[in-house]
Design a protein. Structure first.
Length: 183
């Protein structure tokens, strides 16, 4: 699907993925082993696996699975999945420029101008009489503990790069579970 995003961000071929809290995003299901993540991610493109730096001793061995787009030249991975030895897949980050489109109750979460996403979150909350939340970094996002909205520079604009998560082994919350590579 060709998607024209706001401003001069351009047209990018991107798939559409669904998100289901505590279950997964797109073809990726929380709890999957590295080999299962690689197999499921093949719909998007080839995967490269590497070790993650161990930030805290309480966490088991963790791997980063970077998935590029089929036929794409050298660019940032479209999706980065984090897999713990004990918990399996616990986090999926969608690149702001290359990642698949993921919506939350009709709101596009990936690749959005951060200010526009905040405005849309406020409007959505007012219309539907629901809550939204700000991250520790000051970014607005859904009031869903499984979604952590992060900012990624794309050109001169900060765009949304959400992480879809469940707590991993030894962590109380998704914030405690953030992979060291996402700090």
């Amino acid at each position: 699907m060709a998607l024209k995003t706001e401003g001069n961000f351009g047209v990018v071929e991107r798939g559409e993925w669904s998100y289901e809290a505590t279950v997964g995003v797109g073809p990726l299901r929380f709890g999957m082993a590295v080999s299962e993540v690689i197999g499921a991610a093949e719909v998007l493109g080839p995967a490269k696996v590497s070790d993650c730096r161990r930030q805290y001793a309480v966490f088991s061995q963790t791997w980063k699975v970077e998935v590029s787009r089929h036929g794409g030249g050298p660019s940032a991975p479209a999706v980065t999945a984090y897999v713990s030895q004990d918990a399996g897949l616990f986090a999926v980050a969608c690149d702001a420029a290359q990642g698949p489109q993921v919506t939350y109750h009709g709101l596009l979460l990936v690749g959005r101008d951060m200010g526009q996403l905040e405005s849309d979150m406020i409007a959505y909350a007012e219309v539907h009489d629901v809550q939204f939340r700000y991250t520790c970094e000051g970014h607005a996002g859904p009031d869903d503990p499984g979604i952590v909205v992060r900012a990624q520079p794309v050109g001169v604009v900060l765009r949304s790069r959400p992480l879809f998560m469940v707590p991993r082994d030894g962590a109380w919350t998704e914030w405690d579970s953030l992979p060291s590579e996402e700090d």
